[in-house]
Design a protein around this ligand. Sequence first.
Ligand code: FES
Length: 164
Amino acid sequence: MIPEELQEKIAEKLGDTSHPKEKAVDVMYLLQEYFGYMSDEAVREAAGILAMTPLEVDELATFYDFIYRQPVGKYVIHVCDGVVCWMDHEGSVFSYLCRKLGVAVGETTPDNLFTVLPTACIGDCHNPPSMLINGEFYGKLTPEKIDEILDWLIREDIECIPNR
Ligand code: FES
């Protein structure tokens, strides 16, 4: 059962549409924000709200790179897997990031801080190779730049948690 405040947000998003399915992605984003990912419970809630079957919601959820059907870390790193980023650098960002974080693509670090995911072109082709972290663009990536970004995010996280 989702809280009243979220129900209100969803109702606002749906507006007066007579085809709630049109707002399926927006509704999934709101549910994902609340649940942390599109859990099975979130899928069932979305199905009820959107007059869809849970299977239809699941199909949509698994189609979109930015809807997560499994728990993700605090920082979700979407590494561009598009042709420009790949051609120039042959997947070097993936291999460097995964080695540094000790995870495979699709996995989350044991401290739940970082998840590494592939994504189609993110529209930053003039700055290859590129990635998005929680919606922020980072381009012209090098191992040094990746180190800097990750160190900064780790510091941010430590500063948010008192006595850690
Ligand atoms: S191919 Fe990587 S941003 Fe477009």
